[in-house]
Design a binder for this molecule. Structure first.
Ligand code: DLL
Length: 439
């Protein structure tokens, strides 16, 4: 099976553009008439729904931000009567109120369609058994993958998070052919496989669908080798739907955005102007078919670039590059901008010696920022002579300086000593902020 929905996924750019224009006109009219927040925002700039003729007019529309969702907590941005909402999800973030999203029956169908398309992009079909270790609950990961799998007709094992030993047993006994989880949970599973005396050959896994947090190509290589799977990057966010807003195809050269449902733009986060293809900026989405909570030009804070070049897989949809991180996760260390994913890239180049487990601690001493990177040694290195360990430490400090330009203290810690996670990893502790930014 090459496509889940060949007609849509391989339509021409012109047809797609027409569909987007028609849907944009509808969504703008809908929010103007049904969401007082949008009416007020459009009235304030003298914009009427009739001013939006085609998708090219999108830049006339105002942006929506996370704080707008919070300010309208819980249901203020919903565009349908409460009786039409059949599911609610929410994400917590690090501070403040929850961001709440509501779905109608059709929204859930569209979302499942996106996830089913995504699974097919990863080479899966109704023959597969999919072990789902994304959390079930208010987080969209678990239920999003669940219903997409059922839509595809594959079998879902709804494990959610927790009890890793039991998960391994089920994965082996049920012969799961694919796993869905965060990349950090995948690295944890690899450790646990060894710990419980299994070998990767005991499992039938061939594919891992990883996302919900930034991860690097170096991490991909590591997971593919140690788990013996082919990995695919899945992207999404609850405000827009959940997992399956964008997905990597077999070309693994960026992730296709399901543009018939979500219109992507990349803007300069300072000027708010669109940037050309290939240039990094902030990803912005307009939902084109959502009923529950349609969002206009939602600023995701995720930093990426986009290309509209035709992909060899035959899909029409534009591709976004691997996400470096969120603009709010960017650390500024003595004036140098650093994403945790850049640190990961440098660390994993010495992957023969260190495990893919690390934590970054940022602090301020006097008026100077300090950064400490704690990283675990591999088991076999731990008993090694001090001199060798010192060499690794020195090498990492030098690499951080030459690749990222930061003067970091490297602390090599013993295997399995850093906290593990079943969901999104908390890589950074920023002690400069009272509460600490966990990203
Ligand atoms: O993380 C939805 C999801 C579930 C995606 C399962 C993929 C798999 P939220 O909790 O709302 O939703 O968090 C959304 O997570 O804005 C990104 O910053 C980050 N994120 C999601 N996928 C990726 C990815 C889910 N593949 C936020 N790479 C987004 C990097 C990702 N960051």
């Amino acid at each position: 099976m090459k496509y889940f929905n060949e007609k849509i996924e391989t339509m021409s750019r012109e047809q797609l553009s027409e569909l987007q224009s028609e849907r944009l006109r509808n969504v703008v009219k809908n929010v103007y008439e049904n969401v007082p927040y949008y009416k007020a925002k459009m009235d304030a700039i003298g914009l009427k729904p009739e001013d939006i003729h085609s998708i090219e007019d999108i830049s006339k529309l105002p942006f929506t931000e996370k704080h707008d969702l919070r300010a309208n907590y819980p249901f203020g941005l919903f565009a349908v009567p409460k009786k039409d909402i059949v599911r609610l999800h929410a994400s917590s973030g690090t501070t403040g109120k929850l961001t709440v999203v509501g779905y109608t029956k059709r929204d859930l169908e569209d979302w499942s369609e996106c996830v089913a398309r995504a699974l097919v992009m990863a080479g899966l079909s109704d023959e597969d058994i999919i072990h789902n270790a994304y959390g079930y609950g208010l987080f969209t990961g678990g239920l999003g993958i669940h219903y997409g799998t059922e839509k595809l007709g594959a079998a879902i094992v709804p494990c959610s998070t927790g009890n890793t030993q039991r998960q391994l047993m089920l994965m082996k006994d049920f012969g799961a052919t694919a796993i869905c989880c965060t990349p950090s949970y995948a690295t944890y599973l690899i450790e646990e496989i060894e710990k419980y005396g299994y070998k990767k050959e005991d499992f039938s896994l061939k594919t891992a669908i990883l996302g919900a947090e930034p991860w690097t190509e170096e991490m991909r290589k590591r997971i593919e080798k140690d788990l013996g799977v082919d990995t695919y990057n899945i992207y999404g966010l609850s405000e827009i739907s959940g997992p399956g807003v964008a997905m990597e195809c077999s070309e693994k050269n960026g992730s296709h955005v399901f543009e018939d449902f979500f219109y992507p733009e990349i803007i300069d986060p300072v000027t708010l102007e669109p940037v050309p293809d290939g240039v990094k900026g902030e990803l912005v989405f307009t939902t084109l078919n959502k009923q529950g909570i349609p969002l206009i030009r939602y600023r995701t804070r995720d930093i990426t670039s986009i290309t509209h070049e035709k992909c060899k897989c035959g899909r029409v949809f534009a591709r976004i590059s691997r996400l470096e991180g969120r603009s709010d996760d960017m650390l500024i260390i003595r004036g140098v901008n650093v994403f945790p994913s850049q640190i990961e890239t440098v660390l994993l180049k010495l992957g023969d010696y260190i495990a893919p487990q690390y934590q970054v601690i940022v602090d301020r001493v006097g008026s100077l920022d300090t950064i400490e990177i704690q990283v675990e040694l591999k088991d076999e290195m731990f008993s090694d002579e001090i001199k060798k360990i010192e060499t690794i430490q020195k090498q990492l400090a030098q690499d951080m300086q030459s690749s990222i330009g930061i003067n970091a203290k490297i602390t090599l810690v013993s295997p399995s000593s850093l906290p593990r996670t079943e969901g999104k990893a908390k890589r950074v502790i920023d002690k400069r902020n009272k509460e600490g930014i966990l990203c």
